[in-house]
Design a protein around this ligand. Structure first.
Ligand code: NAP
Length: 270
C-alpha cells in the first residue's frame, strides 16, 4: 500500500452506530501532552485509524486532553471512545466524569461512552439509567461496558442498548471466551484490552506463543497476536497501545496477515 496510507483498513471494518470504523484502533492509556504523543495521534489518523480508545482516568485526564488538543475538531469518520465510572458508578459521579471528558476532548457529545467498571456498591440499574439519561440529553451517542460478564451485559441491555464490550482478552488471557461468543452472536463489538499482553509479564507469554508461527508469515510475534484476534471473531476490534510510530505501523500491518486454519487453531490451544 502506497505510503502506508489507510493501512488500518486492511483489517476490515465494523459498524458502531452510524459510523463505520477500521477493525484496528489505537489504545492511548500512556499518551501525554508531548510532541511525540501528538505526532503519534496525527500519524495514526493519517494511516486510517478511526477508532481511538481513551478514558477520563488515563494519565489523570492527560490522554483525553492530548486527543482533544491534537485532533479536534474531529473529522466526521473519526470515533473517539472514552470511559467513565472507574472512581464510582453513582449517577452524580458518572455525570461529573462525563462533563470532564467532554471538556478535555473538546466536544459536546461522546460517540461511545463506556462504563469502565461496574461499581459493586451501586446497583447496575442506577449506573445504566444515568448513562441512558445522558444519552437522552444528547451527551452520549452510544453506550459500552468494560470488564463485564454475560449476565451483566444482559441486565444492562434491558435498560439501554449496549453496542460494545471491552474486556481483557489476548492469546493467553482467555477467561472471557463466553463473553466474546455472546457479543459475536448479538452483534456487539468486542474490544480486547491488553491485546498484546499489556505492560505486565503477559506480553512475553503472548509473544512466545505467537512466535510459534511468526517466521512462516514473515511477521513479528505482535503482528501474529493481533492477526489471531482479528481471525477469532469478525466483531473483535483490537486497540493495541503504543508510543512508537514504528510499532503503530507494524501493528496496523497485522491486518494484512491471514492465518491459515491450522495455524489459527494451533494458536487457539491454550
Ligand atoms: N478497559 C480497561 O479496563 C482497560 C485496561 C487496560 C487497557 N485498556 C485499553 O487497552 C489499550 C491497549 O492496552 P495496553 O496498551 O495497555 O496493552 P497492549 O496493547 O497489549 O500492549 C502495549 C505494550 O505493547 C508494546 N507494543 C505495542 N506495539 C508493539 C509492537 N509492534 N512491537 C513491540 N511492542 C509493541 C507497547 O510498547 P511501545 O510503546 O514501545 O510500542 C506496550 O508496552 C490501552 O491503551 C487502553 O486504551 C483498557
Amino acid at each position: 500500500m502506497n505510503n502506508n496510507e489507510n493501512i488500518a483498513s486492511q483489517a476490515g471494518q465494523l459498524r458502531i452506530g452510524e459510523k463505520t470504523v477500521n477493525r484496528l484502533g489505537l489504545g492511548t492509556n500512556r499518551i501525554t501532552n508531548t510532541k511525540e504523543s501528538q505526532d503519534l495521534l496525527i500519524k495514526a489518523v493519517s494511516l486510517g485509524v478511526n477508532f481511538i480508545d481513551t478514558a477520563n482516568v488515563y494519565r489523570n485526564g492527560e490522554s483525553e486532553d492530548t486527543i482533544g488538543q491534537t485532533l479536534s475538531p474531529y473529522p466526521a469518520d473519526l470515533l473517539i471512545a472514552t470511559k467513565g465510572g472507574m472512581n464510582g458508578g453513582s449517577p452524580a459521579q458518572l455525570r461529573a466524569d462525563l462533563e470532564g471528558s467532554l471538556r478535555r476532548l473538546k466536544t459536546d457529545c461522546i460517540d461511545l461512552y463506556q462504563l469502565h467498571r461496574i461499581d459493586p456498591s451501586v446497583p447496575l440499574k442506577h449506573s445504566l439509567c444515568a448513562l441512558k439519561e445522558l444519552q437522552e440529553e444528547g451527551k452520549i451517542k452510544h453506550v459500552g461496558l468494560s470488564e463485564v460478564t454475560v449476565s451483566q451485559i444482559e441486565e444492562a441491555q434491558s435498560i439501554v442498548p449496549v453496542v460494545s464490550v471491552q474486556n481483557e482478552y489476548n492469546l493467553v488471557k482467555r477467561q472471557y471466551e463466553d463473553v466474546l461468543d455472546y457479543c459475536s452472536a448479538q452483534g456487539i463489538v468486542f474490544i480486547p484490552w491488553f491485546p498484546l499482553g499489556g505492560l505486565r509479564g503477559d506480553a512475553e507469554t503472548v509473544s512466545k506463543k505467537a512466535a510459534q508461527v511468526s517466521e512462516k508469515y514473515k511477521a513479528s510475534a505482535q503482528q501474529i497476536a493481533l492477526a489471531w484476534l482479528l481471525a477469532r471473531s469478525p466483531f473483535i476490534l483490537p486497540i493495541p497501545g503504543t508510543l512508537s510510530i514504528e510499532h503503530l505501523i507494524s501493528d496496523l500491518e497485522s491486518g494484512s496477515v491471514r492465518l491459515n486454519k491450522e495455524d489459527y487453531e494451533q494458536l487457539a490451544n491454550i
